[in-house]
Design a protein around this ligand. Structure first.
Ligand code: 3PG
Length: 357
């Protein structure tokens, strides 16, 4: 794929709007003052090389992105402030989070600015043309380094590149290169494992994956949803049963999944098999003290043991692997969850298409 490479752009003295993957898991740690701490910074670490390169090349960077799903309303728990703080520590800069309105008068010479969560504005998801225009006026060049959000048809993903010279960031290029190795020539048997949340994104992908994989193993809420509301009759599909509290995959299903995984030569995995907990979470209820991660842990270990070419990804999956010290045991860890599955299923991602035009 011939993506326009940011390394080939003239960036010195220019202002670059970088759409990053800033959607990282947070935990509230000081309830009264509402302060949030980053549980896992893998996605922002992955975006660091592009921002670093641009700053070292003499550009000014305006970092834009989303966090969670605040549905067009300002909500403190979805502020990008903790992410801006992270950048301020890494680059030793003053940290700044501007809302788009406040930002229009910006002329104070900062080299790196983080804009507030774009999803605080309804225009981000509706691709409102005046919102797209306001954003594009802020920069000379647009860079998409947000692979994990490139399956979204939103203003900052597809709107801005229509108005500005556009390029692919370094992480986005790495994702496409690494994932293309699987789409070009997957070693068989190829197994796809899907779990976790975001039913509406992943449900259609289960059917797509059945067209390309030898087996599709589905756990968690998605398995339940297929079983109860969207039956799919296909011998390649294996749906996990849940334990009696419906908090984790049942042991009998884990055993079955582990057997299938052991035969695989290529494995793609996104999403947990049960409830995951944050590493900072204060455990309060009895349910919190139960280990609901055992099924997910066994699946992760079985993938590693299989020696298949393994690709995994997605915010919650990454956080789990980091917490368990298993992150480095996979051949490739994508920053994307839904985006990774969509790309591997052969779908055209709106964000990638926008860069190719
Ligand atoms: C993700 O976490 O997969 C991306 O940030 C996209 O988030 P979304 O599913 O809320 O669009």
């Amino acid at each position: 794929m011939n993506l326009p490479d940011i390394l080939k752009a003239e960036v010195a003295g220019k202002t670059i709007l970088v759409r990053g993957d800033l959607d990282v898991p947070l935990t509230e740690f000081r309830v009264q003052n509402s302060e949030f701490r980053i549980d896992d910074d893998t996605r922002i670490v992955a975006g660091f090389p592009t921002v670093d390169y641009l700053l070292k090349s003499g550009a000014t960077v305006i970092l834009i992105g989303h966090l969670g799903r605040p549905e067009g309303k300002v909500q403190a728990e979805y502020s990008l402030e903790p992410i801006a703080k992270w950048y301020s520590q890494v680059f030793s800069i003053r940290y700044l989070v501007f809302s788009i309105g406040e930002f229009s008068g910006w002329k104070i010479g900062e080299k790196l600015v983080v804009l507030e969560n774009l999803r605080f504005y309804p225009g981000e998801e509706s691709k409102d043309s005046s919102f797209v225009q306001k954003l594009s006026w802020l920069g000379d060049i647009y860079v998409n380094d947000a692979f994990a959000a490139s399956h979204r048809d939103h203003a900052s993903i597809v709107g801005i590149p229509k108005l500005l010279h556009h390029f692919a960031g370094l992480q986005l290029q790495k994702e496409i290169e690494s994932l293309s190795k699987i789409t070009d020539n997957p070693q068989k048997p190829c197994i796809v494992i899907i779990g976790g949340k975001k039913l509406e994104t992943k449900l259609p992908l289960v059917e797509k994956m059945l067209e390309i994989a030898d087996f599709v193993l589905v756990g968690g809420l998605i398995a339940k949803e297929i079983e109860e509301h969207h039956p799919i009759y296909n011998a390649k599909l294996k749906l996990a049963r849940q334990n009696k509290d419906a908090t984790d995959i049942a042991q009998v299903s884990t055993d079955e999944f582990v057997r299938v995984i052991s035969q695989a030569k290529t494995i793609v995995w996104n999403g947990s098999m049960g409830k995951l907990s944050s590493k900072f979470k204060v455990q309060s209820s009895k349910l919190d003290q139960e280990d609901t991660e055992e099924g997910t842990r066994r699946i992760a270990q079985a993938i590693i043991k299989s020696r298949a070419y393994s690709v995994t990804g997605g915010g919650d999956t990454i956080e789990f692997l980091q917490k368990e010290g298993l992150f480095d045991k996979f051949n490739f860890v994508s920053t994307g969850g839904g985006a990774m599955l969509s790309f591997l299923a052969g779908e055209k991602l709106p964000g990638i298409e926008a860069l190719l035009q």
